[in-house]
Design a protein around this ligand. Structure first.
Ligand code: ZN
Length: 540
């Protein structure tokens, strides 16, 4: 997809059209829409909220079970098996192994328009294993992966909401298709671009994506953060005895070092918005063997497509220069990409109205005390759980740099919005074991419930008000795509690196299996672990 910058007049025309649509879909049409329709929508919303309430147990079990699996990117086998079985049991048809990823799937139910696709990530992070519900560091399995970002909760939000809406659609014979899909390998930015390339969203009208947060909010336009290309460079030289005949060798590790030095010197001439970082993934075997092979893995992040690609090209050039200096050969492999994000205005406004109706969960004193204890533990500001909603603000005039999320790729393929639901504790480091502590406790369970209600009510809006789908499309085509130049970050030959994390997961899974949640035996995962919530200090 390649679109040029538009003329200013086109932008104005686009905006004017959108404003016109909003005024007709918002004011005038609402006024002319029969009172009957509005009553219908209100009644239906009440029914699906009840449907979510009635599935509180299902939400807790789904969340706690996925938490206990703790699977890394591309290795989400138990998680996907469990979620797809649950969806099939509830009448969804499931396609597995989507886009060349064994753990990817797409579940569908219903027929006809609109097609609403609900997504949420499912993978976890290395070394983040942590017992939930205790305000101290204690891994469940030492060194094992864990849900240090709370990706165990999002599918519970979506599935519960979808099942509540499905009940109503069946009863009222409403037209519409519900699609549920997982963010596979989000922590490697390695799933969604492949979904898009495989055409998974071709017939989809709107994507409602959910992500764990400590607040309850949504956004439109380009938020803070970056897009990126993740790429591994491998240098190949020749080994030799490092002391006896070093002149016979060609040192691949030296090439990696020269590439890194080259890149670090070049940083000074890059835009301050860029973020780039690397890890050496192979530095050789032992000092007396000149490393014949060495690899380094880079993330190149920038604010827009052009600058991401530009820095990637610079990186490629420096890699080739390093190979030239060391008489080695370099090859590269793209491991993941993430487009900069752009969220849909109409969908965000629809979500926000429902967020305001649901409101923040009511936290108990125990939950607040626990949150503050975890904040103290993680050396974050000790102000407890969020109690207030944020307003829907216009996007920042100049978005700030920061992290990336491959939901960006989806957001350029179909009108997309993201719901952040309040299931975690604020002021934690992120990508860290401390972020796992609340994720199988009443804090997460309440946040999931609130998120599900908003999702279910938003689906009702989209099913019963076709003008919203239309306005979302108009924003997507006439504002978003018209004003931004979209460049492909993934090539046709790049493939998902599904071997990643395989060995790590195979190493830890037998130990982790002992901690899988058995919902038939235990009311909650905390019960199974013998954790009394909240536990503030470690028993001596
Ligand atoms: Zn995430």
């Amino acid at each position: 997809m390649l679109r040029g910058h538009s003329m200013k007049t086109e932008t104005m025309a686009g905006l004017a059209l959108v404003m016109l649509l909003f005024s007709t879909s918002g004011g005038a049409q609402d006024a002319t829409r029969s009172k009957h329709d509005i009553e219908h929508i209100e009644k239906f919303k009440a029914v699906v909220v009840e449907g979510v309430e009635a599935r509180r147990k299902l939400a807790q079990v789904t969340n706690d079970t996925v938490f206990s699996f703790g699977e890394l990117a591309y290795q989400e086998f138990e998680t996907s098996k469990y979620l797809t079985a649950l969806l099939e049991k509830n009448g969804f048809s499931v396609d597995r192994g989507i886009a060349g990823m064994p753990t990817a799937w797409v579940a569908r139910w219903g027929s006809g328009a609109p097609v609403i696709a609900l997504g949420s990530d499912i993978d976890c992070l290395p070394k983040a294993s942590q017992k939930p519900g205790v305000a101290y560091r204690e891994p469940l399995v030492e060194g094992a992966p864990g849900h240090g970002e709370g990706h165990n909760s999002g599918q519970a939000v979506n599935i519960v909401a979808a099942l509540a809406v499905k009940d109503l659609m069946e009863r009222e014979k409403l037209s519409g298709t519900l699609v549920i899909w997982p963010g596979v390998a989000e922590e490697l930015l390695g799933g969604k671009a492949y979904f898009v390339r495989a055409g998974m969203f071709k017939d989809v009208d709107a994507v409602l994506f959910t992500h764990v947060s400590d607040g309850f909010s949504t956004e439109w336009g380009q938020p803070n953060g970056t897009g990126m290309i993740s790429v591994e460079y491998t240098f190949e030289g020749e080994s030799a005895h490092a002391a006896a005949r070093p002149w016979r060798g060609r040192n691949a590790l030296r090439a990696v070092e020269l590439m890194n030095i080259g890149w670090d010197f070049r940083r000074e001439q890059l835009r301050p918005e860029q973020r780039s970082h690397y890890v050496v993934t192979n530095g050789g075997d032992q000092p007396n063997v000149i490393p014949p092979i060495a690899s380094v893995w880079y993330f190149f992040r920038e604010m827009d497509f052009e600058n991401i690609k530009k820095n990637y090209e610079i990186g490629n050039k420096i890699a080739e220069a390093a190979a030239m200096m060391t008489d080695t050969k370099v090859t590269r492999k793209v491991i993941g990409t993430a487009a900069p994000r752009h969220f849909n205005k109409t969908l965000a406004e629809t979500l926000q109205a429902n967020i305001e109706r649901v409101g923040m969960p009511q936290w108990t004193e125990d939950e607040q005390t626990f949150a503050k204890a975890v904040q103290r533990l993680a050396e974050g500001k000790e102000d407890g759980l969020n109690t207030r909603l944020k307003n829907l603000e216009p996007p920042p005039a100049r978005p700030e740099s920061g992290g990336s999320d491959d939901i960006g790729d989806v957001s350029w393929a179909v009108p997309t919005v993201r719901l952040l639901y309040p299931a975690n504790i604020p002021n934690l480091p992120g990508h860290n074991w401390a972020n796992a502590i609340a994720m199988a406790t009443p804090i997460a369970h309440k946040g999931i419930g609130a998120g599900s209600k908003v999702m279910a009510m938003t689906m009702i809006d989209l099913l019963l008000r076709p003008e919203l789908i239309q306005a979302a499309k108009t924003y997507f085509i006439d504002v978003q795509l018209k004003n931004h130049k979209v460049l492909p970050l993934l090539s046709q030959t790049d493939q998902p690196q599904i071997h990643l994390n395989r060995e790590t997961m195979e190493r830890f899974r037998p130990e982790m299996r002992k901690f899988y949640y058995d919902a038939n035996k235990y009311e909650t995962y905390l019960d199974q672990l013998g954790v009394k919530f909240p536990t503030l200090t470690k028993a001596r």
